[in-house]
Unconditional design. Structure first.
Length: 336
């Protein structure tokens, strides 16, 4: 499964430009489902038929955070705006790969030592730029015209038990759902695999994906910031390597008690390690499904992840495998 994770995370495909990752996912899942389609917004929806008449939806968002070119100066330096939650502090000094194929380095302004220090102290997108090695404005506009999207330029690292890459948020979930589709032979319910668009800019894809499906239960699969590093958030207690988390709540939604109970029962019955998650910030596509139609019982299963929204997001491979098993057992047992 590591090769699948590597393949997905190394695709550059930010919010609003999910075409590349969608096609990559289709090549991996098409022979393991009963059908698939792409809706008008760009969500990829695949399914496997069950026997109960019930519908269970699993969601993983395809997009990743990134930037978009907003201005090019006379010397060929690019100005950019964030797509999703990109911190200028994380961005500084990184490499950005644009959809045209050109790669740039992020720098910061400063005509004096004092100005440079002040800009670093109060870093904002107004004082950072991207250097793509252009000789002038004309050269830069040919390589990365205004409106060009870009993502972190970072590669997959396999440390054995721990895996590091850009875009684990949420390609790790995409890989888990594809692996689930490959392993799942006899689902009880109709299983819908939704690979949704534009989660990072407001849960956009999930807000429309389930209108025609109307599932009995929806589970968003995402990452959650691992609070197990030095001086990390002390009000949260989950950690890497202790199993997937069953979300109780975050800033965007409170998980359905029905979903929390069912996931807990399945994990306990099958000896699958799990943790409870109360996230003091952020949100997932579960909120989008809760608000769909007349409402859907929704919740989230998360993969604990360190350094979320950086070029080097870290997950535990055992947590990934246990997540596959948890979702597989749920699909085999059914929502009731």
């Amino acid at each position: 499964m590591k090769e699948l994770i590597k393949k997905f995370t190394e695709v550059s495909s930010p919010s609003g430009r999910e075409d590349r990752i969608r096609e990559t996912i289709i090549t991996e899942i098409k022979d393991h489902v009963d059908g698939y389609r792409v809706d008008a917004l760009g969500n990829l929806i695949a399914w496997k038929k069950g026997t109960s008449g019930k519908k269970l939806l699993f969601d993983a968002h395809m997009d990743e955070i990134g930037v978009v070119v907003t201005h090019v100066d006379d010397n060929g330096f690019l100005r950019v705006e964030m797509i999703g939650g990109v911190s200028p502090y994380v961005l500084l000094g990184t490499r950005i790969k644009f959809e045209t194929g050109v790669v740039g380095v992020v720098g910061v302004e400063g005509e004096t030592g004092k100005e440079y220090a002040e800009n670093i102290k109060s870093l904002a997108f107004d004082v950072i730029y991207v250097d793509i090695g252009a000789t002038d404005k004309k050269d830069a506009l040919q390589k990365a015209p205004i409106g060009t999207f870009g993502t972190y330029d970072a590669t997959f690292l396999d440390h054995g038990k721990r895996l590091v890459s850009k875009a684990m948020d949420d390609r790790i979930a995409c890989a888990i759902l594809v692996q689930l589709a490959k392993e799942l032979k006899e689902p009880k319910d109709d299983i819908y695999f939704v690979f949704s668009v534009q989660e990072e800019v407001g849960l956009v894809g999930a807000s429309v994906a389930a209108f025609d499906i109307k599932p009995d239960m929806a589970i968003a699969l995402d990452v959650t910031a691992g609070p197990d590093t030095p001086k990390a958030f002390k009000r949260m207690g989950f950690k890497l390597g202790a199993g997937p988390t069953i979300k109780i709540k975050d800033k965007a939604s409170i998980s359905s008690s029905q979903v929390v109970k069912k996931l807990t029962e399945v994990a306990t019955k099958n000896g699958i390690p799990y943790q409870y998650e109360i996230l003091i910030f952020g949100g997932t596509n579960a909120r989008g499904y809760q608000l769909t139609g007349s409402g859907i019982a929704s919740g989230t299963v998360s993969v604990p992840t360190r350094y979320v929204h950086t070029p080097h997001e870290m997950v535990d491979y055992d947590d990934v495998l246990h997540t596959v098993t948890l979702l597989k057992k749920l699909a085999e047992e059914g929502v009731v």
